[in-house]
Design a protein around this ligand. Structure first.
Ligand code: UDP
Length: 371
C-alpha cells in the first residue's frame, strides 16, 4: 500500500455512499485530489446491490429513487436513465390485503364505502378524539386517518420498525406518507420516480471513476494513517463515532435481512409488501425482480427485520427524538470548532434523508466548499 505524505490529498472522503461519491466526483472534476475509503468490501454504501441470476438485490433495503426537484433529477440522470417503476406497496394485516399509501382503495376496502365524502366523514369522526396539535406519532396518525387505519396499518408496523411506542415517536415520521382521497396507489407524491436502468452500482462506478478508493478500510481503526494525509476530511459515517462517543452514543434503529432464492417466477406480485400486524416479526418482504419488471423463472425475496442497534452494527435510521437531537447538537457544535472536518449524509448529519435529499445536501456542500 502506498504511503502518502501529510496533506497529500485535498480531501479524504470517509464512506463511498451517495454523499461521499458525489462529493468526490465533483471535487475531482474541479481538479482536487481525493482519496475515498470505505470499511465495507464494496462501494456504494446502502444503495449497493448484489446481482444474482440477473436480479439486482437491494442488499441494504429497498431503494426507490424519487424527487420533486428537477435539478436533482437531471443531476442523477447524467449517470443513469431510470425505468418507470412506481412504488405501490401492499399492506398485509393478518392476511387482509390493503393498498398503500392511505387512499380511496384503502378506505373502500376497510369500510366498504365508495366516495371521498364517505371516507372523509368516517375519518373526521374518528379523529375528533385528538383536539390539540399532535404531539407524537400516534396523535398525528389518528388525526390524519382515524383510529381504524391507525390500529390496522400503522400501530403494529411502526412499533416494530422503531422498537418503541407510537406515543414516544415524533409526529414527522408518519407525515412522510401521503393521505389521498383519490384512488391513487402511488406511494410518493413526487414528480420523478424510478429505479436506475443501469443499476445503482453503475451510478457509483461512474462517480468514482478515476478516483483512488480503498475498501476494507475503517477510518476509526486506522486514524494514525488517515487523519493527516488530507487538508480536509469529509466524514459520512455517524458523527458520534468520529468523536468516539465522547458525549454518549446517539440512538439508531438497525435492520437484519434474510434473503431467499425461490424456484417460482412470482412470489407476491409486488415489489414491497408491508406486514402491519405486530405478531409477524419482519416489517416487509421485498421481491426484488419487480423493481425492474423481471421475467426470470426464479425469484429472490428478502425479509426485513428491524433490530436493536448497538455500537458496531450498521446504523440505518436515526431516532430523531428530543433526547437524541440534543445530543446530536452537542456533536454538531463540537464539529464546528474544527474547520478541517465536514460531516455529511444520513449518518453524518443524523437526518432521516431520502436519496434525493442526500444528493441535495452533497451538492450544497459542493457549492459552499468548491465554487
Ligand atoms: N408506516 C406505517 N405503515 C406502513 C408503512 C409506513 O405505519 O405500512 C409508517 C411508519 O411509521 C414508518 C413511516 O410510515 O416509520 C415511514 O415509512 P416509510 O415507508 O417512509 O419508511 P422507510 O421506507 O424509510 O423505511
Amino acid at each position: 500500500m502506498e504511503v502518502y505524505m501529510n496533506n497529500y490529498f485535498d480531501y479524504l472522503i470517509v464512506g463511498s455512499g451517495l454523499f461521499g461519491s458525489i462529493f468526490a466526483y465533483e471535487a475531482t472534476k474541479r481538479g482536487k485530489k481525493c482519496l475515498v475509503i470505505d470499511k465495507r468490501s464494496h462501494t456504494g454504501g446502502n444503495i449497493y446491490c448484489e446481482n444474482k441470476d440477473t436480479i439486482n438485490i437491494h442488499k441494504y433495503g429497498a431503494h426507490i429513487f424519487h424527487t420533486n426537484d428537477t435539478n436533482i433529477w437531471n443531476y442523477i440522470n447524467q449517470f443513469s436513465k431510470f425505468n418507470n417503476f412506481i412504488n405501490s406497496p401492499i399492506a398485509n394485516y393478518h392476511g387482509e390485503i390493503y393498498n398503500l399509501p392511505f387512499n380511496m382503495n384503502t378506505f373502500s376496502k376497510i369500510w366498504n364505502i365508495r366516495t371521498p365524502q364517505e371516507a372523509f366523514n368516517i375519518i373526521n369522526k374518528q379523529k375528533s378524539i385528538i383536539s390539540t396539535t399532535p404531539k407524537n406519532l400516534e396523535e398525528q396518525a389518528i388525526s390524519l386517518v382515524g383510529t381504524d387505519i391507525y390500529e390496522k396499518l400503522i400501530k403494529g408496523y411502526t412499533e416494530k420498525q422503531w422498537g418503541r411506542d407510537c406515543k414516544s415517536l415524533p409526529p414527522f415520521i408518519i407525515k412522510r406518507l401521503p393521505v389521498r382521497y383519490t384512488y391513487n396507489n402511488n406511494y410518493f407524491n413526487d414528480t420523478y420516480q424510478g429505479i436506475p436502468i443501469d443499476g445503482y452500482n453503475n451510478i457509483i462506478k461512474k462517480l468514482l471513476n478515476n478516483i483512488e478508493v480503498r475498501l476494507n478500510t475503517d477510518f476509526n481503526l486506522c486514524r494514525d494513517i488517515y487523519s493527516t494525509i488530507s487538508n480536509k476530511i469529509i466524514y459520512t459515517g455517524s458523527i458520534d463515532s468520529y468523536f468516539n462517543y465522547k458525549f454518549g452514543a446517539l440512538d439508531y434503529r438497525g435492520l437484519k435481512f434474510e434473503t431467499y432464492k425461490l424456484e417460482q417466477n412470482n412470489y407476491q406480485g409486488v415489489a414491497v409488501m408491508n406486514f402491519t400486524d405486530k405478531d409477524t416479526p419482519y416489517t416487509r418482504i421485498i421481491e426484488h425482480k419487480h423493481f425492474e419488471f423481471g421475467n426470470q423463472p426464479i425469484t429472490y425475496i428478502t425479509k426485513e427485520y428491524p433490530s436493536n442497534w448497538k455500537i458496531g452494527d450498521d446504523a440505518y435510521y436515526p431516532i430523531n427524538d428530543d433526547k437524541n437531537q440534543k445530543l446530536y447538537k452537542k456533536y454538531f457544535n463540537l464539529a464546528k470548532l474544527n474547520n478541517n472536518i465536514i460531516f455529511g449524509g444520513r449518518l453524518g448529519e443524523y437526518k432521516y434523508y431520502d436519496m434525493d435529499q442526500v444528493i441535495n445536501s452533497a451538492l450544497k456542500l459542493v457549492t459552499k466548499e468548491l465554487n
